[in-house]
Design a protein around this ligand. Structure first.
Ligand code: FAD
Length: 558
């Protein structure tokens, strides 16, 4: 267990190290040279230096035993520094996850021990040229090698594509087909027949090393088969999805905020039409505030999921998918808006936001694309909808109506409207058999993510107001401001679920002209429209908070 004090100290050392060793000019130069700063990555991972991996390795293997919440906090901080370096450092955790989940005690002791004691770097080799989103199409094979009628090792042959740390890792976890099914193997750098390609010339995260791997009859002993039993590979990969998706969610969150945190101070100094841009509502309410609301909704989903994983509720794949989907999509939008917020300067390398935008782009692709997240979310919640005969989201909505009764400030009423509307859209999709259209299934995934995040943020805002928030939780906003952020997002979610839902249901021929008025009423559209009242003043309040004007305005009013 990592205490809050230790976590905060580690984050502080990380920030101070980055300030010294990775100032903007260095980042710009490394990005231009397309160079992974290997010495810095090693420094961050070395146990006698920053030792970031110590945070994540279980205590019994020489680490500090951090949980999902700690991982989220570190990933967000790393992403704020540089997403390429973050990818290089965190690839070791991704790479060692199959070991953490599925290895034998001896394997864990050896490999997790080496990560903790030697700071070795790992890479995670799942993707192949023809097996990306569909890992079932895996072609790499691991052929058993027998001696005296007993399997003593394997010969691995195949190609891996887009592997983070592919050219710099000391050890690799490689997914390969055995006679018993897909299995993870540990392959060390320098093994005979094992080579990597030159680094990919990428759009972003150019401070990370990404390379293809080639395995030509690479022999490994039996003790390199993770867990010692064939055919566990996909289950082992599945078992950590909730956790690893949270890492990438935190990357999206950190990068999105890093961009906004450059746009916000910039706008206080940039004078146009006689006043700073920060004073212009058409600027803040388009380019800053909505992105803050979406990022904080995603944060709420990340924090809740991390807490639940740490409480032992399982791997929470769907919740991890919701968090990843919302945070990475929001991070991309925020970074894009930040370029706009800096105008022509935003379009140059010097101001960094264009680099952040290029970097954050990867987060909706790796560790499961956004479309795969939509599918994952939708399929799982569809089953819940069927199992509860359409009542799941109505039941959830009632909980938010109750929350609204006890705390009327946190947007729980709008979150409830979003969830009721979602239940209606899903039920209409069931009656009209609309999920036979893949597009409808995936759009439902998006609407589910919005509605659930509205709920998470309302709960989080309420917990903050009642002083019940996890001590490690982010406290950028006070309770009044977070409630306003929550109301803004919940209104957006309710409107999106109802209007997009209506659009797709009508678009797929799921409602006749005669039924339309009844369906619109069931969606609660008039109530959702009425709930938009107060939106602009909430946005004003959040803008005032972001620009530290809230206290001043209160003083003036008094
Ligand atoms: C910089 C970088 C680093 C990476 N690091 C690693 C790593 O360390 N280890 C590793 O194993 N992999 C890594 N990857 C691979 C990454 O996880 C894959 O690129 C990703 O899973 C998508 O696979 P793909 O590229 O083959 O795209 P595809 O699966 O071919 O997808 C292409 C597009 O089609 C969509 N799509 C796919 N299937 C469907 C479907 N059924 N229905 C609807 N739409 C669909 C996708 O969402 C996407 O938009 C990395 C990739 C990059 C670019």
């Amino acid at each position: 267990m990592i205490t809050n004090k230790t976590l905060k100290l580690s984050l502080k050392s990380l920030r101070e190290f980055a300030k010294k060793r990775l100032p903007d000019q260095t980042l710009i130069e490394l990005d231009a040279r397309d160079e992974c700063p290997l010495e810095i990555v090693h420094h961050m991972c070395s146990p006698d230096k920053l030792g970031i991996q110590l945070l994540f390795v279980p205590e019994e293997f020489g680490g500090m035993g951090g949980g999902a919440f700690d991982v989220y906090c570190v990933c967000e901080e790393m992403a704020r520094i540089d997403l390429g370096v973050a990818t290089a450092v965190l690839a070791t955790f991704l790479g060692s996850d199959p070991i953490t989940v599925g290895a034998s005690p001896e394997q864990k002791k050896l490999w997790l021990g080496r990560i903790a004691e030697e700071g070795i770097l790992f890479a995670y080799g799942a993707t192949e040229p023809e097996a990306g989103s569909d890992l079932g199409a895996l072609r790499t094979t691991a052929e058993p090698v027998s001696k005296d009628g007993r399997v003593v090792g394997y010969k691995i042959t195949g190609n891996k594509q887009w592997i983070s740390n592919g050219g710099i890792a000391d050890a690799y976890t490689v997914l390969a087909n055995t006679p018993g099914g897909p299995s993870w193997f540990i392959v060390e750098k320098g093994a005979k027949g094992f080579t990597h390609d030159k680094p990919e010339d990428k759009h972003g995260i150019r401070l990370s090393n990404t390379a293809a791997l080639a395995l030509d009859n690479v022999y490994v002993d039996l003790d390199r088969l993770i867990g010692g039993v064939e055919g566990q590979g996909l289950n082992q990969a599945q078992a950590v999805f909730g956790y690893t998706r949270l890492m990438v969610a935190a990357f999206g969150l950190g990068a999105g905020w890093a961009a906004l945190d450059r746009a916000i101070p910039y706008s206080t100094k940039r004078i146009q039409a006689g006043a700073p841009l920060s004073e212009k509502q058409g600027y803040t309410h388009k380019l800053i505030v909505p992105h803050v609301a979406r990022l904080e909704a995603a944060r709420a989903s990340i924090e809740e999921t991390a807490e639940r994983i740490d409480a032992g509720e399982g791997s929470l794949n769907t919740e991890g998918a919701i968090a990843k989907y919302m945070a990475t999509e929001a991070g991309n939008l925020a970074a894009d808006a930040s370029i706009q917020a800096l105008g022509g300067y935003g379009y140059t390398h010097e101001y960094i936001v264009e680099k952040i935008k290029r970097d954050v782009r990867i987060t909706t692709i790796y560790e499961g694309t956004s479309e795969i997240m939509e599918m994952t979310i939708s399929r799982d919640r569809w089953q819940l909808h069927l199992k509860t005969r359409g009542q799941h989201y109505h039941e959830q909505a009632k909980k938010f109506e109750a929350l609204h009764a006890s705390n009327p400030n946190v947007g729980a009423d709008s979150a409830a409207l979003a969830l009721h509307a979602l239940a209606e859209v899903m039920e209409r999709s069931r009656v009209a058999r609309l999920t036979r259209y893949q597009h409808i299934l995936l759009r439902l995934g998006e609407l589910i993510a919005y509605a659930e995040c509205a709920g998470s943020l309302a709960r989080r805002a309420s917990a903050l107001a009642e002083n019940k928030l996890n001590e490690k939780a982010n406290r950028r906003f006070d309770a009044t401001a977070l409630a306003a952020v929550s109301r803004i997002f919940a209104r957006e979610a309710a409107l999106k679920v109802a209007e997009d839902g209506l659009r797709w249901v009508i678009g797929a021929g799921g409602v006749s002209d005669a039924e339309l008025a009844t369906f619109e009423t069931a969606l609660g559209l008039p109530a959702i429209h009425r709930a938009q009242a107060g939106l602009i003043s909430d946005m004003d309040y959040v803008a005032d908070t972001l620009y530290s004007r809230a206290a001043k305005r209160k003083e003036v009013a008094a």
